[in-house]
Design a protein around this ligand. Sequence first.
Ligand SMILES: Cc1cc2nc3c(=O)[nH]c(=O)nc-3n(C[C@H](O)[C@H](O)[C@H](O)COP(=O)(O)O)c2cc1C
Length: 193
Amino acid sequence: MKVLAIHGSLRRDSFTGRLARAAGAVAGDGIEIENYENLGEIPGFNEDLETEGLPPAVEDLRARLAGSDALLIVTPEYNASAPGALKNAIDWASRPHGNSALAGLPTAIVSASPMPFGAIWANEQIRKAFTITGTPTVERELAIGKIDGKLGEGDTISDPEVEEQLGMLLTELGDLAETVREAEAGALDPTAA
Ligand SMILES: Cc1cc2nc3c(=O)[nH]c(=O)nc-3n(C[C@H](O)[C@H](O)[C@H](O)COP(=O)(O)O)c2cc1C
C-alpha cells in the first residue's frame, strides 16, 4: 500500500515534517510512505484557474494523490486552526467538484505541537473538512503534545509511546484502505447483489 504523507509546516526543521518522515520507519510490512515536500509551491486557491489551467504544483499534488492508496496528514496548529498552507492544499485537492482527488481516499490524521494539547483543534478542523470532501478517515485521534521532546536525531522518533501510537494508526489506515477497496470492488461487480 502506497501512502502519501503531507505535513502542514513549511519550516525547515519542522517537528511535523520530522514526524512525517519518521513514519516510514514505524509502518508495518506492506506500507510504503512517500513524503510530500512541496507544500510551499502551491499557490493560493483560485477557482478561475480550474478553467484557465491548474498550476503545475497543483497538477503534481493531484497526480500524487491519485497514485496513492491512502493519505497521511501530519499537521501543526496555528492560532487554534490548521495551517493555511495545508488547508489551501486540501481545498485544491478537493476540486473540481465531481473529480476530487480526496473523495474516497482513505486518510489518517496526526497532529503535533510543542504545546501540551497536541494541536487537537487543527486535527479536528481537518477531520471536519474531510467529512465534506468525502474522505474516509481513520477514527483514532492522534494528537501528540510536547513533540519537541519526543523526536530523536534527524527524522526519528525517540518516544516509544509515540512510535507505538503512530504504528497503530498506520495499521488502521491499512485496514481502512482494505475496507474501502473491497466496498469499491463490490460496487463495480455487476454480479453482486
Ligand atoms: C502563528 C503561530 C500560531 C501558533 N498557534 C499555535 C496554536 O494555536 N496551538 C499550538 O499548539 N501551537 C501553536 N503555535 C506553535 C506551533 O505549535 C509551533 O511553532 C510548532 O513548532 C509548529 O510546527 P512545526 O514545528 O511543524 O513547524 C503557533 C505558532 C505560530 C508561528
